[in-house]
Ligand binder design. Structure first.
Ligand SMILES: *Cc1c(COP(=O)(O)O)cnc(C)c1O
Length: 489
């Protein structure tokens, strides 16, 4: 980027606005300020024309990469396109103008939406009740484990101090267990990418509080022994927690509740159409089977039916065994509106079709890439799949280099080095919203990069070459970020 930044563009006296001389007495702005707060010298601001100003900000706005600008196959993140109509729904003045302290009779629409959303999520996940409070997936995990802990405490089973977590788990799972004061016990995976049942048999016991499992797991594989797994944990007296952050492969197909899970969290900002990745608000509702409902955070939204008044929705604060609130007010309401609109727009058949397309797209891409890249778990995948390095064994080029080089081809790189059980992992989740042409283009780029890795490895190891910022020292970039313009002297 040789284009001068706006700070170098200015010329003294140039301005973006022309105002007539005032015809009323004016006080100079600097005279309004108390003496001690006044500048000692002029601010160093560029003096530029309106068009320079507009071009500056328009250029900045296009430096960011997002789902709305290109393919974003970041595994385990479900970076699918989010229909704009959901944003329109969440922006309706009746929703945005609501105050959380507004009386129930003046917020019936919002309460009805929450009530219905809870039931839809219950239907999709096979759970009896949901709390909509948690603000994200990891927050949902914390809520879910606190519920499980409260259950064991109520039963006097305080010796249950271990949480079983498979070695393919998302990093938030062991972190959550530790946050709740549990010891994490790692369960091995078998050669087919599922939980090793022998290992689970050995580990489950009187000290097991729960297993935390995601199915399909982070390899994109559906565990064929799922019912046995939850049975083993139940027989040991533990509960089964499903990390349902990525439900994109199974909506309308199978339900965590039917697999034997007692608790699940869903990420509305992955599966249910809220843009994410930029740190914006999320939502990680937690669903439970009936016997755990008493422990859910309060209030819950309930519905009263009266012959004359019809249906009235209200907040029920009762619940002596509740773990308490986990979020101010009722959760991130705007995200709930988007999820509600998305679910209503697609309907049951549409959600099922979305899952089918997510799985089809992932398998299509997997088949296109298996000639070039190693496929460590060679099975039909669900919404994502994991590749290992090049078949050629060209070890000069690492997965990090492949990912960087993809940026030169205009793609957001997939997730890399996760799950940890795959060496040099490249984890790809294409999502259902991408066309065959996009998938073909991405596969062609990855094949081309494999050729480059053999013929001109420096091109790959030195990538990216075409991005505004070249390869960064990632540790320094994270620890000592340079976040503002610095004048070159
Ligand atoms: C994204 C994700 C999480 C964490 O969700 P956040 O909303 O980022 O806290 C947990 N588990 C899995 C499997 C995920 O993909």
């Amino acid at each position: 980027m040789t284009k001068p930044l706006i700070f170098e563009l200015g010329s003294p006296g140039r301005t973006a606005a022309g105002l007539p001389e005032p015809d009323v007495p004016v006080t100079k702005p600097e005279e309004l300020l108390p003496f001690g707060m006044r500048r000692e010298r002029q601010a160093e601001l560029p003096e530029v024309s309106e068009v320079d100003l507009v071009r500056h900000y328009t250029r900045l706005s296009s430096l960011n990469y997002g789902v709305d600008t290109g393919f974003y196959p970041l595994g385990s993140c479900t970076m699918k396109y989010n229909p704009k109509v959901n944003e329109a729904a969440a922006s309706l003045p009746g929703f945005t103008g609501l105050h959380p302290y507004q009386p129930e009779e003046l917020s019936q629409g919002a309460l009805k939406l929450m009530y219905r959303l809870e039931r839809y999520l219950g239907e999709i996940a096979g759970m009896d009740r949901f709390t909509l409070q948690p603000a994200a997936g990891a927050h949902g995990e914390l809520t879910g484990l606190l519920i499980i802990r409260a259950y064991h405490v109520q039963n006097g089973e305080t010796q249950r101090n271990k949480v079983l977590v498979p070695d393919s788990a998302h990093g938030t799972n062991p972190a959550t267990a530790a946050m709740c004061g549990y010891e994490t016990v790692q369960v091995k995976s078998n050669s087919r990418g599922g939980v090793d049942l022998d290992d689970l048999w050995r580990l489950a016991g009187a000290d097991t509080a729960a297993i935390m499992l995601t199915n399909p797991n982070t390899l994109g594989i559906f565990d064929e022994n799922i019912k046995q797994i939850t049975d083993i944990v139940h027989e040991a007296g533990g509960l089964a927690y499903c990390d349902g952050a990525n439900t994109n492969a199974i909506m309308g197909k199978v339900r965590p509740g039917d697999m034997g899970f007692d608790v699940v969290h869903l990420n509305l900002h992955k599966t249910f159409a809220t843009p994410h990745g930029g740190g914006g608000p999320g939502s990680g509702p937690v669903g439970v089977k009936d016997f755990l409902t008493p422990f859910l955070p309060r209030p819950l939204v309930e519905c009263r039916v009266d012959e004359e008044a019809g249906k009235t929705y209200y907040l029920d604060h009762r619940g002596g065994q509740s773990i308490g609130r986990v979020k101010a007010f009722y959760g991130n309401f705007g995200v709930m509106v988007k999820a509600y609109a998305y679910i209503r727009m697609l309907g049951a058949a549409g959600l099922t079709e979305a899952s089918e397309h997510a799985v089809l797209n992932a398998n299509y891409l997997k088949e296109k890439l298996r000639e070039t890249y190693v496929l460590p778990y060679d099975r039909t995948c669900m919404h994502e799949f994991v590749l290992s390095p090049l078949k050629s064994g060209e070890r000069k080029v690492r997965t990090l280099d492949l990912a960087k080089r993809l940026m030169d081809y205009g793609y957001h790189p997939p997730t890399i080095y996760f799950p940890l059980i795959v060496e040099e992992a490249l984890m790809i989740e294409p999502t259902e919203t991408e066309s065959k042409e996009t998938l073909d283009g991405f596969a062609a780029a990855l094949r081309q990069i494999a050729r480059e890795a053999l013929e001109q490895p420096e091109t790959v190891t030195g990538a990216p070459h075409r991005t505004p910022v070249k390869r960064l020292d990632e540790v320094t970039a994270a620890r000592k970020p340079v976040l503002r313009y610095q004048r070159q002297s």
